[in-house]
Design a protein around this ligand. Structure first.
Ligand SMILES: [Zn+2]
Ligand SMILES: [Zn+2]
Length: 235
């Protein structure tokens, strides 16, 4: 992993990275915005998968809002947290009010293992999320893409295309392909291609996937983040 001095999973580093992107002329946008207008020469599409905690996502949403930026948060319906929980629902609605986009983060792997029809499953999850938040969901991202790739192989693109037909305008993967974006992700709290900040200036068109759960005030070990989440009841 390439890490330069100063890189960390802290809110401060996240903030500084976004500020630098803006200063360097990147249009920092939501996934949905790509569909609305032809992207700038320099674009940073900011997306997040909420796998563990809506409350930590709210924190990141506030940081972006305070900087005058908006992003897309992909939300689990069949995950560890409950989108119908009052606090979670309020947090997600607050994010929408701040101008962020909410999409669906879909565990395709789970449904395939269970022998369920993924088209029916994603349609139902979409409807549940729309009902919980009284909004229309336009995009989705897939959970555990590495494992899915191994599980589905050549069939995965075909399955993705089928899922898109369940009333979506885009999937994150389709956007990356269609617009030739550089995909930069902190999946498993590991920057496979180096921290997002290292790509600024080097890559003109970036789609970033940031998991809010890995980030905090201090650069903390994964186990501490999980322990704190359980004790502090932020899941
Ligand atoms: Zn960095
Ligand atoms: Zn995920």
């Amino acid at each position: 992993m390439r890490v330069v001095k100063g890189c960390s999973f802290t809110y401060e580093h996240y903030k500084q990275t976004l500020l630098r992107a803006v200063k360097e002329g990147y249009a920092v946008i939501r996934a949905l915005d790509l569909l609305e207008e032809e992207p700038n020469d320099k674009v940073l599409v900011l997306t997040h998968d909420i796998d563990l905690s809506v409350q930590k996502a709210l924190r990141m949403a506030k940081i972006e809002y305070d900087l005058g930026l908006r992003s897309t948060f992909f939300v689990r319906v069949s995950g560890l947290y409950n989108v119908f929980d009052v606090e979670n629902k309020e947090a997600l609605r607050q994010m929408v009010e701040w101008g962020h986009e909410i999409g669906l983060h879909f565990p395709l792997e789970f449904y395939l293992r269970e022998g369920c029809d993924p088209y029916d499953a994603i349609r139902i999850e979409k409807e549940l999320l729309e009902t919980a938040l009284s909004i229309e969901i336009l995009g989705f991202s897939l959970h555990s893409t590495g494992r899915l790739q191994r599980m589905c192989g050549d069939k995965l693109p075909e399955i993705r295309d089928v899922l898109l037909k369940a009333g979506f305008r885009y999937s994150r993967h389709h956007l990356v392909k269609r617009y030739g974006l550089k995909f930069v992700s902190d999946s498993n709290r590991y920057w496979r291609d180096g921290c997002l900040c290292l790509h600024l200036g080097a890559e003109p068109r970036i789609l970033a996937l940031i998991h809010p759960f890995w980030w905090d005030e201090e650069d903390l070990p994964i186990i501490t983040l999980i322990e704190r989440a359980i004790r502090g009841n932020v899941i």
